[in-house]
Ligand binder design. Structure first.
Ligand SMILES: CC(=O)N[C@H]1[C@@H](OP(=O)(O)OP(=O)(O)OC[C@H]2O[C@@H](n3ccc(=O)[nH]c3=O)[C@H](O)[C@@H]2O)O[C@H](CO)[C@@H](O)[C@@H]1O
Ligand SMILES: C=C(OP(=O)(O)O)C(=O)O
Length: 419
């Protein structure tokens, strides 16, 4: 298995092009199940998760054409197989996003339950309850969600008791082909939801309230073809902002959008990082020391849970203490013991961690159990004295396109060691 070797201490300088967003690409690909297409997505990132989703759609019977050089994915045809198998769903939880589109269009689907993962139990009860409210009959048998709506889905008033990105996406997609009006109350407002709604509108869907926590969808009979550009990855941008900050460098994040970063910008600024809109993206620099800054994760526009591990790496070398509270996932501190192995001073109890900054981290072999934890160790490695080896790179490849090439191009001493 590949590993990443980093020799720390080099301030980053230059431009990093931000790729299309993983978390936008995956639901956007699932929308291809709602029509015969073709649906062409541009600015598609070259990520393991995108490959998994392409494989899932192909096994459903869609024609999936991917041009990596042109960064496009074109999907067409109607699903002939309505089952999403365990082997693919367990690799990538976002596979469950095929459920809403399949039931809406074909009146039934059989989708493996995703199960838990390193960061939490991550149930899909909100997705299922909302589909039931829209008239679907749902049974769980042999680890599979069996959903049936022989008369089609019906519009309903869905009030989510908790903000869920995936449930909002599944129900938004399903509602586009349901009979009548669906109102989604307490909808997630992440930029990826806005991007999904924009693509669905291009395909002919009728949606109001885009960008708010109340989406109203008027069902239509069919959806058509579209060409849609995927938004830049705000989490990749935030990650490289932390890379610039932790090394005391200055980078331009090509294509990154300030309005997509939500509270991440304010918190980075509070911590002593300069983030400014610049021609072609965002300029991030850190000329003085980092300040310990408290943060709590929240749904958008709050501070993203997908940025928590990276921000913690930054706080490991800040002056003073930072209290980091994780409110979205119950087990998203897997990076703490590994950062501690690199000399970080972190205590955590329950949902909060106290990070007491140290002047220097020291390189070490480390291992991570999820995507953002892995990249937080790369960030720590960029700032550490000596050599850091990050094992289990497959987590990184799910969500970061050529992370070592992008960082090396702005001056990091980093390379992939083929396993
Ligand atoms: C592919 C993708 O876009 N993944 C993102 C998506 O994941 P995902 O869509 O899985 O995350 P959710 O927003 O659904 O999860 C938020 C919280 O709600 C809980 N919950 C969710 C659904 C449900 O039916 N029942 C339930 O209890 C979850 O366990 C979690 O505690 O949003 C997360 C929160 O911003 C991000 O960290 C992930 O990167
Ligand atoms: C948790 C993440 O992804 P997923 O929902 O695909 O596991 C992530 O992108 O940090």
């Amino acid at each position: 298995m590949d590993r990443i070797r980093i020799r720390g201490g080099k301030p980053l300088s230059g431009t990093i092009a931000i790729s299309g967003a993983k978390n936008a690409a995956l639901p956007l690909m699932a929308t291809a199940l709602l029509s015969d297409g073709p649906l062409t997505l541009t600015n598609a990132p070259d990520l393991a998760d995108v490959t998994t989703m392409a494989g899932l759609l192909a096994q459903h019977g869609l024609d999936v054409q991917r041009d990596k050089a042109a960064r496009t994915i074109t999907m067409s045809g109607a699903a002939s197989n309505l089952e999403a198998p365990y082997d693919l769903v367990r690799k990538m939880r976002a596979s469950v996003l095929v459920l809403g589109p399949l039931v809406a269009r074909f009146g039934r689907a059989r989708v493996s339950l995703p199960g838990g993962c390193a960061i939490g139990t991550r149930p899909v009860d909100l997705h299922l309850k909302a589909l039931e409210q829209m008239g679907a009959e749902i049974e769980i048998t042999a680890g599979y969600i069996e959903a049936r709506a022989p008369q089609g889905l019906k519009g309903a008033r869905i009030i989510f008791p908790q903000v869920s990105v995936g449930a909002t996406e599944n129900i938004l997609m399903a509602a586009t082909l349901a009979e009548g009006t669906t109102e989604i109350v307490n909808a997630a407002r992440e930029p990826e939801i806005t991007d999904l709604a924009a693509c669905l509108m291009r395909m002919g869907a009728r949606i109001e309230g885009i960008g708010t926590d109340r989406l109203v969808v008027e069902g239509v009979k069919t959806l058509g073809s579209a060409v849609h550009p995927i938004i830049p990855d705000r989490i990749e941008a935030g990650t490289y902002a932390c890379a610039a900050a932790i090394t005391g460098g200055q980078v331009l994040l090509g294509g990154a959008r300030l309005d997509h970063l939500g509270a991440v910008v304010r918190i980075l600024r509070d911590a002593g990082v300069d983030v400014a809109e610049a021609h072609g993206g965002l300029k991030v620099s850190r000329l003085n020391g980092l300040r310990g800054t408290d943060v709590m994760t929240e749904p958008f526009p709050g501070f993203a849970t997908d940025m928590q591990a990276q921000f913690m790496a930054l706080m490991c070398v800040a002056e003073g203490a930072a209290m980091i509270t994780e409110t979205i996932f119950e087990n998203r501190f897997m990076h703490v013991p590994e950062l501690s192995r690199m000399g970080a001073r972190i205590n955590f109890h329950g949902a909060s961690a106290i990070v007491r900054g140290v002047p220097k981290l020291s390189g070490a072999p480390v291992m991570a159990t999820d995507l953002r934890a892995s990249v937080s160790l790369i960030l720590a490695g960029l700032a550490a004295e000596g050599e850091t080896i990050v094992n289990r790179v497959y987590h990184l490849d799910r969500g970061y396109e050529r992370v070592e090439a992008k960082l090396a191009a702005v001056g990091a001493d980093i390379e992939r060691l083929p396993g």
